[in-house]
Design a binder for this molecule. Structure first.
Ligand SMILES: [Ca+2]
Ligand SMILES: [Ca+2]
Ligand SMILES: [Ca+2]
Length: 624
């Protein structure tokens, strides 16, 4: 369906949302004047066919020196000049690697720089209706998406709904200025250090104080500094102080009130994501749907990775996910994926954002007061989540630290209970429990090679490319980057020269090819056939083996056997009893990873692996 953008802008207004395009201030909201007709398209049949590659746009490639404002490559916390044009220029490199989907860092306009650091990462939102000029303009973003689609590649955009950048201060002493002050003398009164940009959490809301004591809620004052783009937030609903929770900075993430309502460390102001227009008079939820849906309609991107979901009420996720899906579906975009980031090792917490479980009737009725389109809310939330529990318990504990593989089996069996078991309506058509986003590292944790070696990295790569779900690489892994914690893990890629012949690059190519060729590995159900709680010199210390078969695999079959032990060869056998698999006796299996080993399933499904697997190595077995 061909969609007139001009018409959809009018529809946008008619829907009762704030017309961001009407704002003053010279802001190019929705890149005014650059709209043209686009055709939204559904690029993905089954997201399990995809291989995702996460890009920090500022660090990937500099394709346009014209936008290199404020660039300082000598400091990791500054802009380095990468942009959407640079990424478009290197799509062949990514396709060569085996990548099918690019996840790019946030696209919208940010606070430019704050306290000596730049928003090169894109997580300091200021205007949800404008693009970040460091990365390009609307034609450049569209060009990237269209060029990707022409290669059958897809683009996922990172979004934030929990907070905006450091756009206001709490005028605690009510002098109309942002103060960073010390009060008290430490003897007759307690010394308190209060930064009005980032005061500590107060469950009542940040309070003002005078020499006479507390004086009620502290006024919120938006900053106006065009030079650093500390400007009032957009769309305009966010200029209403009620759109923010105003409770100050979270100091204890274990306190649910702070977790959900506190400002994110760094002065990132927490949005009151409960509010909607019809019920509360402040259309925050609608503004989020409108702002982000608009970018899909303007650029035909294929999905969202959503930041900090555990700091937002599930009430919000129900509204956001469902209303966004309905709007995009009506515009011709289907199979749009939304996966969330909950940086947490607890499987039940992370999986909770994928459950289809309506709240109690009273609560649902309250939430439905936000609905004006006549389509009531259900329990549906996100399509998937970043599989952080697996990062901790498999990637870090097993493949880096050599702990027992039993923990992976335990974790995977928990997923059936913790993740959604039905696909959300108008979502990606696959139950969340079957599509966790499997990753080794990302921009918030040290790279694998910071604490691990290349053999361990290859094993971890084999694991995420064959486990149930969608593999997700972090840029630079293919070039053996080894940076530590943020920002050291955000290296520039271009100094490598983009070689395609390195050992990790070619190993990923091989894994991607194996995955492409196997229905079982992409879509099969999973059955663990060997795990071990032994980690020393036992026969099976470090072995983990699983089958991919059944489910949507058709008749295809795959068996993956990993030895995560860092010192010794191991095999799936203990006290003389070898592994049993579910393939029929006589089934021939060959390794796809490059050894010329072949196996035949024996009586009762017995599979003997002798000689054992060398330390930190794997077999990926399929029928010949
Ligand atoms: Ca540039
Ligand atoms: Ca003040
Ligand atoms: Ca929040």
């Amino acid at each position: 369906m061909k969609q007139s953008l001009r018409a959809s802008v009018l529809a946008f207004v008619a829907l009762g949302a704030l017309a961001a395009t009407l704002q003053a201030g010279g802001c190019m909201s929705y890149e005014e004047g650059q709209e043209g007709d686009i055709l939204m398209s559904s690029q993905v049949v089954d997201w399990r066919d995809e291989v995702i590659y996460q890009v920090l746009v500022d660090r990937f490639a500099d394709g346009d020196q014209g936008n290199d404002d404020r660039v300082d490559r000598t400091a990791m916390g500054r802009y380095h000049g990468g942009d959407w044009k640079g990424l478009e220029d290197h799509l062949d490199y990514l396709q060569d690697l085996g990548v099918t989907t690019i996840w790019i860092s946030p696209i919208v306009k940010n606070v430019d720089t704050d306290a000596g650091f730049d928003a090169y990462h894109g997580y300091w939102m200021q205007d949800l209706t404008a693009l970040n000029p460091h990365f390009g303009d609307l034609p450049a973003l569209r060009s990237l998406v269209f060029a990707a689609h022409a290669k059958k590649m897809k683009v996922i955009v990172d979004i934030v709904t929990n907070h905006m950048g450091q756009l206001f201060y709490y005028d605690i002493n009510m002098n109309g200025e942002p103060d960073d002050r010390v009060a008290g003398d430490g003897s007759s009164s307690e010394v308190t250090h209060i930064n009005e940009y980032d005061p500590d959490f107060d469950p009542r809301g940040v309070q003002s104080r005078t020499s006479l004591g507390e004086a009620g809620p502290a006024p919120v004052i938006f900053v106006y500094d065009p030079a650093t783009n500390h400007m009032p937030p957009m769309p305009e609903v966010f200029q209403d102080p009620r759109a923010f929770n105003r409770k100050g900075r979270t100091v204890n993430f274990d306190d649910p009130d702070q977790l959900i309502h506190g400002d994110f460390p760094g002065g990132l102001k927490d949005i009151n994501t409960k509010l909607c227009g019809p019920r509360d008079g402040v259309p925050v939820k609608e503004a989020m749907v409108d702002s982000y849906a608009r970018w899909v309609e303007l650029t035909d991107i294929d999905g969202f990775r959503i930041d900090t979901v555990k700091h937002v009420e599930r009430e919000f996720w129900r509204f956001f996910a469902q209303k966004l899906r309905q709007r995009l579906h009506a515009g011709g975009k289907n199979n749009f994926i939304m996966f969330g980031e909950a940086f947490d090792g607890r499987d039940n917490l992370v999986g909770a954002y994928t459950l289809t479980d309506p709240p109690p009737p009273d609560q649902l009725a309250l939430e439905n007061q936000c609905v004006t389109d006549g389509v009531p809310l259900t329990g549906d939330q996100l399509d998937s989540v970043f599989y952080f529990p697996q990062y901790f318990q498999a990637i870090r504990d097993v493949f880096q630290s050599g702990l027992s593989t039993k923990r992976i089996e335990d974790l995977w069996s928990q997923r059936k209970n913790d993740f959604g078991t039905t696909a959300p309506e108008l979502g990606i058509g696959v139950p969340p429990m079957d599509v966790p986003i499997n990753f080794i590292d990302n921009h918030d944790v040290p790279r694998f090679l910071f604490n691990g070696d290349e053999a361990g990295l290859r094993n971890a790569l084999t694991f995420i490319f064959t486990a149930q779900g969608i593999p997700c690489l972090y840029y630079g892994t293919e070039q053996e980057f080894s940076g530590g914690n943020d920002p050291s893990n955000r290296e520039d890629l271009w100094p490598t020269g983009f070689p395609t012949d390195g050992p990790t690059f070619t190993y990923i190519q091989k894994l991607a090819a194996i995955r492409r060729s196997s229905n079982a590995i992409r879509k099969g159900a999973v059955t663990v056939v060997w795990s071990s709680d032994r980690t020393n010199d036992e026969d099976d210390a470090g072995v983990f083996a699983f089958e991919r078969a059944g489910g949507d695999a058709g008749n295809d079959y795959a068996l993956v056997i990993l030895n995560a032990n860092q010192k010794k060869a191991s095999a799936p056998v203990f006290q003389g009893t070898p592994m049993k698999v579910n393939a029929e006796e006589g089934t021939q299996l060959v390794d796809r990873l490059g050894s010329d080993r072949t196996f035949t399933v024996g009586a009762g499904g017995t599979l003997v692996v002798s000689p054992p697997l060398p330390p930190q190595s794997a077999l990926v077995l399929t029928r010949p």
